[in-house]
Design a protein around this ligand. Structure first.
Ligand SMILES: COC(=O)C(/C=C/C1=C(C)CCCC1(C)C)=C/O[C@H]1C=C(C)C(=O)O1
Ligand SMILES: O=C(O)CCC(=O)C(=O)O
Ligand SMILES: [Fe+2]
Length: 363
Protein backbone atom coordinates (compact mmCIF):
# COMPACT_ATOMS: atom_id res chain seq x y z
CA UNK A 1 0.00 0.00 0.00
CA UNK A 2 1.57 3.30 -1.09
CA UNK A 3 1.98 6.06 1.53
CA UNK A 4 -0.46 8.97 1.40
CA UNK A 5 0.79 12.34 0.08
CA UNK A 6 1.11 13.76 3.59
CA UNK A 7 2.59 17.14 2.64
CA UNK A 8 -0.79 18.37 1.40
CA UNK A 9 -2.67 17.51 4.61
CA UNK A 10 -3.31 20.32 7.13
CA UNK A 11 -4.93 19.02 10.30
CA UNK A 12 -4.68 22.05 12.62
CA UNK A 13 -4.09 21.75 16.35
CA UNK A 14 -4.98 18.35 17.77
CA UNK A 15 -5.26 18.47 21.56
CA UNK A 16 -4.17 15.33 23.37
CA UNK A 17 -7.26 14.43 25.40
CA UNK A 18 -5.34 12.91 28.31
CA UNK A 19 -3.37 16.15 28.71
CA UNK A 20 -6.54 18.24 28.36
CA UNK A 21 -8.24 16.59 31.31
CA UNK A 22 -5.11 16.99 33.47
CA UNK A 23 -5.01 20.75 33.01
CA UNK A 24 -8.68 21.66 32.39
CA UNK A 25 -10.85 18.76 33.58
CA UNK A 26 -14.13 20.54 32.87
CA UNK A 27 -13.34 22.07 29.52
CA UNK A 28 -14.37 20.53 26.22
CA UNK A 29 -12.80 22.47 23.33
CA UNK A 30 -15.05 23.39 20.42
CA UNK A 31 -13.30 20.98 18.05
CA UNK A 32 -14.63 18.03 20.05
CA UNK A 33 -18.23 19.20 20.25
CA UNK A 34 -20.47 17.35 17.80
CA UNK A 35 -23.54 18.59 15.93
CA UNK A 36 -26.70 17.80 17.90
CA UNK A 37 -27.67 14.91 15.58
CA UNK A 38 -24.40 13.00 16.04
CA UNK A 39 -23.75 13.36 19.75
CA UNK A 40 -22.98 10.38 21.95
CA UNK A 41 -26.29 10.23 23.75
CA UNK A 42 -26.72 7.22 25.96
CA UNK A 43 -29.48 4.76 25.23
CA UNK A 44 -32.14 4.32 27.90
CA UNK A 45 -31.92 1.33 30.23
CA UNK A 46 -35.23 0.02 28.91
CA UNK A 47 -33.70 -0.30 25.46
CA UNK A 48 -30.79 -2.26 26.96
CA UNK A 49 -33.21 -4.93 28.08
CA UNK A 50 -34.36 -5.61 24.54
CA UNK A 51 -31.02 -5.82 22.78
CA UNK A 52 -28.06 -8.05 23.40
CA UNK A 53 -25.54 -8.98 20.78
CA UNK A 54 -25.35 -12.77 20.39
CA UNK A 55 -22.84 -14.80 22.38
CA UNK A 56 -21.09 -17.70 20.63
CA UNK A 57 -19.50 -20.39 22.78
CA UNK A 58 -16.39 -21.50 20.88
CA UNK A 59 -15.96 -24.62 23.01
CA UNK A 60 -19.21 -25.89 21.50
CA UNK A 61 -17.59 -25.62 18.08
CA UNK A 62 -14.14 -26.99 18.89
CA UNK A 63 -15.28 -29.72 21.32
CA UNK A 64 -19.00 -30.28 20.79
CA UNK A 65 -20.73 -32.98 22.86
CA UNK A 66 -22.96 -33.90 19.93
CA UNK A 67 -23.16 -32.92 16.28
CA UNK A 68 -26.43 -31.14 17.06
CA UNK A 69 -24.63 -28.94 19.60
CA UNK A 70 -22.15 -28.03 16.86
CA UNK A 71 -24.90 -27.23 14.35
CA UNK A 72 -26.83 -25.16 16.89
CA UNK A 73 -23.77 -22.99 17.59
CA UNK A 74 -23.02 -22.63 13.86
CA UNK A 75 -26.59 -21.46 13.35
CA UNK A 76 -26.17 -18.92 16.14
CA UNK A 77 -22.99 -17.69 14.46
CA UNK A 78 -24.62 -17.34 11.06
CA UNK A 79 -27.61 -15.47 12.53
CA UNK A 80 -25.25 -13.16 14.41
CA UNK A 81 -23.34 -12.37 11.20
CA UNK A 82 -26.54 -11.77 9.21
CA UNK A 83 -28.60 -9.85 11.74
CA UNK A 84 -26.03 -8.07 13.88
CA UNK A 85 -22.60 -8.15 12.23
CA UNK A 86 -21.36 -8.45 15.84
CA UNK A 87 -21.10 -11.17 18.46
CA UNK A 88 -19.10 -11.95 21.58
CA UNK A 89 -17.09 -15.15 21.88
CA UNK A 90 -16.67 -17.00 25.16
CA UNK A 91 -14.47 -20.03 25.90
CA UNK A 92 -12.16 -18.89 23.12
CA UNK A 93 -9.17 -20.68 24.64
CA UNK A 94 -6.81 -17.69 24.84
CA UNK A 95 -5.05 -17.82 28.20
CA UNK A 96 -5.89 -15.16 30.76
CA UNK A 97 -2.20 -14.24 31.07
CA UNK A 98 -2.00 -13.28 27.39
CA UNK A 99 -5.08 -11.08 27.59
CA UNK A 100 -3.97 -9.49 30.87
CA UNK A 101 -0.43 -9.00 29.55
CA UNK A 102 -1.47 -6.91 26.55
CA UNK A 103 -3.89 -4.91 28.66
CA UNK A 104 -1.16 -4.14 31.18
CA UNK A 105 1.38 -2.87 28.63
CA UNK A 106 -1.26 -0.92 26.71
CA UNK A 107 -2.35 0.80 29.92
CA UNK A 108 1.26 1.51 30.88
CA UNK A 109 1.90 2.94 27.42
CA UNK A 110 -0.97 5.45 27.66
CA UNK A 111 0.07 6.37 31.22
CA UNK A 112 3.57 7.42 30.09
CA UNK A 113 4.34 11.15 29.87
CA UNK A 114 3.36 12.78 26.58
CA UNK A 115 7.00 13.41 25.60
CA UNK A 116 7.64 9.68 25.71
CA UNK A 117 4.54 8.81 23.65
CA UNK A 118 5.41 11.53 21.14
CA UNK A 119 8.52 9.57 20.21
CA UNK A 120 6.12 7.39 18.20
CA UNK A 121 3.98 9.97 16.39
CA UNK A 122 1.19 9.18 13.98
CA UNK A 123 2.10 11.64 11.23
CA UNK A 124 -0.81 13.31 9.39
CA UNK A 125 -2.07 11.00 6.66
CA UNK A 126 -0.59 7.86 8.25
CA UNK A 127 -2.34 5.29 10.42
CA UNK A 128 0.49 3.92 12.55
CA UNK A 129 1.81 5.43 15.78
CA UNK A 130 0.37 7.52 18.63
CA UNK A 131 -2.23 10.22 17.98
CA UNK A 132 -5.53 10.55 16.14
CA UNK A 133 -6.02 8.79 12.79
CA UNK A 134 -8.36 9.74 9.95
CA UNK A 135 -7.99 13.51 10.38
CA UNK A 136 -7.68 15.25 7.01
CA UNK A 137 -8.69 18.90 7.54
CA UNK A 138 -8.39 21.73 10.05
CA UNK A 139 -12.12 21.92 10.71
CA UNK A 140 -12.79 18.18 11.12
CA UNK A 141 -14.24 17.29 14.52
CA UNK A 142 -11.98 15.27 16.81
CA UNK A 143 -12.70 12.10 18.77
CA UNK A 144 -12.32 12.03 22.57
CA UNK A 145 -9.68 9.32 22.25
CA UNK A 146 -5.96 8.71 22.02
CA UNK A 147 -4.87 5.91 19.72
CA UNK A 148 -1.77 3.86 19.29
CA UNK A 149 -1.81 1.75 16.11
CA UNK A 150 0.77 -0.64 14.70
CA UNK A 151 0.98 -2.91 11.67
CA UNK A 152 1.90 -6.39 12.95
CA UNK A 153 1.85 -8.90 10.09
CA UNK A 154 3.28 -9.54 7.55
CA UNK A 155 6.59 -7.97 8.64
CA UNK A 156 6.59 -5.76 5.51
CA UNK A 157 3.79 -3.58 6.97
CA UNK A 158 5.70 -2.96 10.22
CA UNK A 159 7.33 0.33 11.00
CA UNK A 160 9.92 -0.81 13.58
CA UNK A 161 10.63 2.81 14.63
CA UNK A 162 7.10 2.96 16.05
CA UNK A 163 7.43 -0.14 18.25
CA UNK A 164 8.09 1.42 21.67
CA UNK A 165 11.06 0.51 23.85
CA UNK A 166 8.94 1.43 26.89
CA UNK A 167 7.01 0.11 28.76
CA UNK A 168 9.16 -2.96 29.31
CA UNK A 169 8.05 -6.06 27.41
CA UNK A 170 5.57 -4.13 25.24
CA UNK A 171 6.75 -5.83 22.04
CA UNK A 172 6.93 -9.32 23.56
CA UNK A 173 3.38 -8.98 24.85
CA UNK A 174 2.10 -7.66 21.54
CA UNK A 175 3.82 -10.45 19.59
CA UNK A 176 2.41 -13.16 21.88
CA UNK A 177 -1.08 -11.65 21.88
CA UNK A 178 -1.12 -11.17 18.10
CA UNK A 179 -0.14 -14.80 17.51
CA UNK A 180 -3.09 -15.97 19.60
CA UNK A 181 -5.52 -13.54 17.96
CA UNK A 182 -4.29 -14.65 14.53
CA UNK A 183 -5.09 -18.27 15.42
CA UNK A 184 -8.51 -17.18 16.69
CA UNK A 185 -9.26 -15.30 13.44
CA UNK A 186 -8.33 -18.37 11.39
CA UNK A 187 -10.63 -20.53 13.53
CA UNK A 188 -13.48 -18.05 13.26
CA UNK A 189 -13.10 -17.83 9.48
CA UNK A 190 -13.24 -21.62 9.33
CA UNK A 191 -16.54 -21.63 11.27
CA UNK A 192 -17.86 -18.74 9.19
CA UNK A 193 -17.07 -20.73 6.02
CA UNK A 194 -18.93 -23.75 7.43
CA UNK A 195 -21.90 -21.52 8.31
CA UNK A 196 -22.04 -20.46 4.64
CA UNK A 197 -21.82 -24.04 3.36
CA UNK A 198 -18.37 -23.41 1.96
CA UNK A 199 -15.34 -25.65 2.42
CA UNK A 200 -13.71 -24.73 5.72
CA UNK A 201 -10.35 -23.62 4.24
CA UNK A 202 -12.06 -21.22 1.80
CA UNK A 203 -11.00 -17.93 3.45
CA UNK A 204 -7.57 -19.07 4.59
CA UNK A 205 -6.74 -20.14 1.03
CA UNK A 206 -8.18 -16.95 -0.45
CA UNK A 207 -6.51 -14.51 1.99
CA UNK A 208 -2.90 -15.65 1.51
CA UNK A 209 -0.51 -14.13 4.10
CA UNK A 210 -3.20 -12.17 5.96
CA UNK A 211 -2.63 -8.57 7.09
CA UNK A 212 -2.98 -7.95 10.83
CA UNK A 213 -2.88 -4.59 12.59
CA UNK A 214 -3.60 -3.54 16.14
CA UNK A 215 -5.08 -0.32 17.45
CA UNK A 216 -5.18 0.53 21.13
CA UNK A 217 -7.88 3.08 21.94
CA UNK A 218 -7.75 5.00 25.22
CA UNK A 219 -10.83 7.03 26.13
CA UNK A 220 -10.26 9.27 29.17
CA UNK A 221 -13.29 10.39 31.19
CA UNK A 222 -15.07 13.41 29.70
CA UNK A 223 -16.97 16.01 31.72
CA UNK A 224 -19.58 16.25 28.91
CA UNK A 225 -20.02 12.79 27.37
CA UNK A 226 -23.30 14.05 25.93
CA UNK A 227 -21.47 16.48 23.62
CA UNK A 228 -18.61 14.37 22.25
CA UNK A 229 -17.86 11.01 20.68
CA UNK A 230 -15.08 8.63 21.73
CA UNK A 231 -14.80 7.27 18.21
CA UNK A 232 -16.71 8.43 15.11
CA UNK A 233 -19.25 6.09 13.49
CA UNK A 234 -17.60 3.74 11.00
CA UNK A 235 -17.51 0.20 9.69
CA UNK A 236 -14.20 -1.67 9.74
CA UNK A 237 -12.28 -2.22 6.50
CA UNK A 238 -11.02 -5.59 7.71
CA UNK A 239 -12.43 -9.08 7.14
CA UNK A 240 -12.81 -9.63 10.89
CA UNK A 241 -12.14 -7.39 13.88
CA UNK A 242 -11.43 -8.65 17.40
CA UNK A 243 -12.05 -6.16 20.20
CA UNK A 244 -10.85 -6.64 23.75
CA UNK A 245 -12.29 -4.33 26.39
CA UNK A 246 -10.25 -3.75 29.53
CA UNK A 247 -11.28 -5.64 32.66
CA UNK A 248 -14.26 -4.00 34.40
CA UNK A 249 -14.68 -1.77 31.36
CA UNK A 250 -17.73 0.48 31.35
CA UNK A 251 -20.07 0.38 28.36
CA UNK A 252 -18.68 2.40 25.46
CA UNK A 253 -19.15 0.55 22.20
CA UNK A 254 -22.47 1.09 20.43
CA UNK A 255 -23.67 -0.53 17.22
CA UNK A 256 -26.31 0.77 14.84
CA UNK A 257 -29.21 -1.67 14.69
CA UNK A 258 -32.55 -0.76 13.14
CA UNK A 259 -31.59 2.92 13.33
CA UNK A 260 -30.88 2.74 17.07
CA UNK A 261 -27.50 2.90 18.78
CA UNK A 262 -27.37 -0.30 20.83
CA UNK A 263 -24.73 -0.58 23.59
CA UNK A 264 -22.52 -3.66 23.75
CA UNK A 265 -22.43 -4.77 27.37
CA UNK A 266 -18.98 -6.15 28.25
CA UNK A 267 -18.97 -9.80 29.38
CA UNK A 268 -16.11 -11.07 31.56
CA UNK A 269 -13.46 -12.99 29.58
CA UNK A 270 -15.28 -12.48 26.29
CA UNK A 271 -13.96 -10.94 23.08
CA UNK A 272 -16.17 -8.89 20.77
CA UNK A 273 -15.98 -9.93 17.11
CA UNK A 274 -17.31 -7.97 14.18
CA UNK A 275 -17.65 -8.62 10.50
CA UNK A 276 -15.66 -6.13 8.42
CA UNK A 277 -16.33 -4.70 4.94
CA UNK A 278 -14.33 -7.49 3.24
CA UNK A 279 -16.64 -10.28 4.47
CA UNK A 280 -19.66 -8.17 3.58
CA UNK A 281 -18.40 -7.94 -0.01
CA UNK A 282 -17.33 -11.60 -0.24
CA UNK A 283 -20.76 -12.76 0.96
CA UNK A 284 -22.52 -10.30 -1.35
CA UNK A 285 -24.06 -8.53 1.64
CA UNK A 286 -25.38 -11.64 3.43
CA UNK A 287 -23.04 -11.06 6.40
CA UNK A 288 -23.04 -7.42 7.45
CA UNK A 289 -20.27 -5.02 8.32
CA UNK A 290 -22.19 -2.94 10.82
CA UNK A 291 -21.66 0.72 11.65
CA UNK A 292 -20.44 1.31 15.20
CA UNK A 293 -19.00 4.07 17.40
CA UNK A 294 -17.68 4.60 20.92
CA UNK A 295 -19.07 6.97 23.54
CA UNK A 296 -17.30 8.24 26.65
CA UNK A 297 -18.07 8.24 30.34
CA UNK A 298 -18.11 11.11 32.82
CA UNK A 299 -16.13 9.32 35.55
CA UNK A 300 -14.44 6.35 34.00
CA UNK A 301 -11.68 5.80 31.50
CA UNK A 302 -11.91 2.97 28.96
CA UNK A 303 -9.22 1.07 27.09
CA UNK A 304 -9.80 -1.21 24.11
CA UNK A 305 -7.37 -3.32 22.12
CA UNK A 306 -8.56 -3.88 18.60
CA UNK A 307 -7.13 -6.26 15.98
CA UNK A 308 -7.93 -5.87 12.29
CA UNK A 309 -7.50 -9.06 10.28
CA UNK A 310 -7.65 -8.75 6.52
CA UNK A 311 -6.56 -10.47 3.28
CA UNK A 312 -3.13 -9.83 1.84
CA UNK A 313 -2.95 -6.58 -0.17
CA UNK A 314 -2.49 -8.58 -3.40
CA UNK A 315 -5.79 -10.43 -3.09
CA UNK A 316 -8.66 -9.72 -5.46
CA UNK A 317 -11.95 -9.31 -3.59
CA UNK A 318 -15.39 -9.83 -5.12
CA UNK A 319 -18.63 -11.53 -4.09
CA UNK A 320 -18.14 -15.29 -4.07
CA UNK A 321 -19.95 -17.16 -6.84
CA UNK A 322 -21.73 -19.34 -4.26
CA UNK A 323 -23.47 -16.25 -2.87
CA UNK A 324 -24.52 -14.63 -6.14
CA UNK A 325 -27.50 -15.57 -8.25
CA UNK A 326 -28.23 -13.40 -11.28
CA UNK A 327 -31.97 -13.91 -10.87
CA UNK A 328 -32.58 -13.84 -7.13
CA UNK A 329 -29.46 -12.27 -5.62
CA UNK A 330 -27.52 -10.19 -8.14
CA UNK A 331 -23.95 -9.11 -7.51
CA UNK A 332 -23.89 -5.99 -5.31
CA UNK A 333 -20.15 -5.17 -5.35
CA UNK A 334 -17.50 -4.90 -8.07
CA UNK A 335 -14.13 -6.64 -7.86
CA UNK A 336 -11.17 -4.77 -6.49
CA UNK A 337 -7.74 -5.33 -5.07
CA UNK A 338 -7.64 -5.35 -1.24
CA UNK A 339 -4.53 -3.11 -1.20
CA UNK A 340 -6.48 -0.48 -3.18
CA UNK A 341 -9.37 -0.73 -0.73
CA UNK A 342 -6.99 -0.36 2.24
CA UNK A 343 -5.51 2.76 0.65
CA UNK A 344 -8.99 4.16 0.02
CA UNK A 345 -10.06 3.35 3.60
CA UNK A 346 -7.12 5.02 5.31
CA UNK A 347 -7.23 8.12 3.07
CA UNK A 348 -10.76 9.11 4.09
CA UNK A 349 -12.29 10.21 7.35
CA UNK A 350 -14.43 7.74 9.29
CA UNK A 351 -17.95 8.32 8.06
CA UNK A 352 -20.37 5.52 8.74
CA UNK A 353 -20.40 2.97 5.94
CA UNK A 354 -19.28 5.45 3.29
CA UNK A 355 -15.99 3.63 2.58
CA UNK A 356 -17.87 0.73 1.02
CA UNK A 357 -19.26 3.01 -1.71
CA UNK A 358 -15.84 2.27 -3.25
CA UNK A 359 -17.15 -1.17 -4.24
CA UNK A 360 -20.93 -0.83 -4.40
CA UNK A 361 -22.62 -1.44 -7.73
CA UNK A 362 -25.23 1.30 -7.94
CA UNK A 363 -28.29 0.43 -10.01
C1 LIG B 1 -5.67 3.57 12.84
O1 LIG B 1 -5.67 2.50 12.01
C2 LIG B 1 -6.82 1.89 11.69
O2 LIG B 1 -7.82 2.21 12.20
C3 LIG B 1 -6.78 0.80 10.72
C4 LIG B 1 -5.53 0.58 10.13
C5 LIG B 1 -4.92 -0.55 10.05
C6 LIG B 1 -3.65 -0.73 9.39
C7 LIG B 1 -2.47 -0.42 10.04
C8 LIG B 1 -2.41 0.20 11.40
C9 LIG B 1 -1.15 -0.70 9.45
C10 LIG B 1 -1.20 -0.98 7.98
C11 LIG B 1 -2.33 -1.85 7.63
C12 LIG B 1 -3.70 -1.36 8.02
C13 LIG B 1 -4.27 -0.38 7.00
C14 LIG B 1 -4.61 -2.57 8.05
C15 LIG B 1 -7.90 0.11 10.42
O3 LIG B 1 -7.81 -1.07 9.76
C16 LIG B 1 -8.83 -1.54 8.94
C17 LIG B 1 -8.87 -0.82 7.67
C18 LIG B 1 -8.57 -1.69 6.67
C19 LIG B 1 -8.56 -1.45 5.20
C20 LIG B 1 -8.29 -2.94 7.25
O4 LIG B 1 -7.98 -3.95 6.65
O5 LIG B 1 -8.45 -2.86 8.60
O1 LIG C 1 -13.22 1.09 21.31
C1 LIG C 1 -14.28 0.68 20.89
O2 LIG C 1 -15.21 0.32 21.58
C2 LIG C 1 -14.49 0.66 19.39
C3 LIG C 1 -13.22 0.56 18.64
C4 LIG C 1 -13.40 0.43 17.16
O3 LIG C 1 -14.48 0.34 16.65
C5 LIG C 1 -12.21 0.43 16.30
O4 LIG C 1 -11.10 0.63 16.81
O5 LIG C 1 -12.38 0.23 15.07
FE1 LIG D 1 -14.30 -0.30 14.54
Amino acid sequence: MAPLPISSIRVGKIDDVQELIKTKPNKVPERFIREANERGVLVSHKTHLHHHIPVVDLSKLSKPHTHDDFLFEILKLSQACEDWGFFQVINHGIEGGVVEGIEKVAKEFFEMPLVEKKKYPMEPGTVQGYGQAFIFSEDQKLDWCNMFALGVHPPSIRNPKLWPSKPARFSENLEGYSKEIRKLCKRLLKYIAISLDLKEEKFEEMFGEAVQAVRMNYYPPCSRPDLVLGLSPHSDGSALTVLQQSKNSCVGLQILKDNTWVPVLPLPNALVINIGDTIEVLTNGKYKSVEHRAVTNRERERLTIVTFYAPNYEVKIEPMGELVDDETNPCKYRSYNHGDYSYHYVSNKLQGKKSLDFAKILN
